[in-house]
Design a protein around this ligand. Structure first.
Ligand code: 13P
Ligand code: SF4
Length: 345
């Protein structure tokens, strides 16, 4: 098969000078991020932002950006932003010919699985995920033999090969509904042991799991959060369900990245919030929830941070790195993802 570069052609590199025209064209975008991007940095970002936004039209491309992308990506070049579930739904619906995934590899694969006719690019193919790396399709086949008849749910943070072997996928925004949808007494929910424990604490279904974990969220500790609470008893603590149970126990609310954002936006003026998740999210929400003050424990996802404006520009110019999924695997993975998407949630 011809590569995306051969099908679409490679385009010449545009000028990346910070000219008065670029400054004027990007000024409204800078307004959106000026609270989190220092003025001294904008002349570096602006030419990329301008060039990327022009190239998207030439390529008939959209950029899907996860909530963990840096603010200059999230607010200045993304066409759609959201959590894993929202991005999966948008990938299935877009009319664009090309999807550039601002996120990690499993997210780009999910887009390809849902929209196999589209060209899906990831600006850095090494943007992985410790959860996706923790389990293989062969592991799922072994579990099937060991637990015949027990439904298997995979978190979307898994490879297409793993998705192809399971009954349904889930995200952190719908994991409880997905697990309960089988009406079964036992369900295997993998690979995130902490997400599974959080689901188990919120359902009567018996949950079996796997030993995977997110290298970013497992670094938070309950003791760290108690210290924030001791310093400021009025603080609101919101955690992602990939965190260990003592962290969730010390929080006021747990939910997917999108649910965390909705929660923050609804808080009253003067609220102080600890967002227990990847660092960039507080920067992104700070733009949309100016009434809230963020206390920022900061754990970066090194995989998400591989995606940068210069790499997005290269992806659109050179049509790389194309994400491909074996069509037979893709069809089976798609069925598992679509069962989730069509669940009412
Ligand atoms: P969400 O599904 O909440 O967006 O989370 C994805 C992820 O990778 C969190 O670490
Ligand atoms: Fe994976 Fe954790 Fe990074 Fe999310 S934050 S992509 S779960 S390693």
């Amino acid at each position: 098969m011809r590569s995306a570069a051969e099908r679409f052609g490679v385009l010449p590199r545009p000028s990346l000078d910070y000219t008065p025209e670029v400054a004027e064209a990007t000024a409204p975008l800078y307004e959106r991020v000026k609270h989190v991007v220092p003025a001294i940095e904008w002349p570096f970002h602006a030419p990329y932002v301008h060039a990327i936004n022009e190239l998207k039209k030439t390529r008939n491309a959209v950029i899907l950006a996860h909530n963990y992308m840096t603010p200059e990506i999230y607010h200045c070049v993304a066409d759609f932003v959201g959590d894993s579930l929202q991005l999966a739904r948008l990938a299935a619906k877009t009319d664009a010919a090309v999807i550039v995934q601002g996120g990690v590899h499993f997210m780009a694969e999910t887009s390809k699985v849902l929209a196999p006719e589209k060209t899906v690019l990831i600006p850095d193919g090494k943007a992985g995920c410790s959860l996706a790396a923790s389990i293989t399709a062969e592991d799922i086949r072994l579990l099937r033999r060991r637990y015949p008849g027990v439904p298997i749910v995979a978190y979307v943070n898994t490879s297409a090969e793993v998705k192809a072997e399971v009954d349904m996928t889930c995200t952190s925004s719908n994991a409880i509904e997905v697990v309960e949808s089988f009406g079964a007494p036992r369900v295997i929910c993998l690979p995130d042991q902490y997400l599974a424990r959080w689901v188990a604490a919120n359902t009567t279904v018996k949950i079996l799991t796997w030993k995977g974990s997110c290298e970013v969220h497992e670094r938070f500790t309950g003791a760290e959060l108690s210290a924030y609470r001791d310093d400021d008893p009025g603080v609101t603590i919101i955690a992602h369900p990939e965190c260990p149970p003592d962290v969730i126990g010390a929080s006021d609310f747990a939910g997917s990245t999108a649910k965390m954002i909705d929660y923050v936006k609804a808080l009253p003026e003067g609220s102080r919030v600890v967002l227990v998740t990847e660092c960039s999210m507080a920067d992104n929400v700070a733009v949309e929830a100016p009434q809230v003050e963020f206390v920022r424990p900061c754990n970066l996802c090194p995989h998400m941070k591989r995606i940068t404006l210069p790499k997005i520009l290269d992806a659109l110019l050179e049509m790389k790195e194309e994400v491909l999924v074996d069509p037979a695997v893709g069809l089976r993975a798609k069925a598992a993802v679509e069962r989730m998407i069509h669940l009412k949630n």
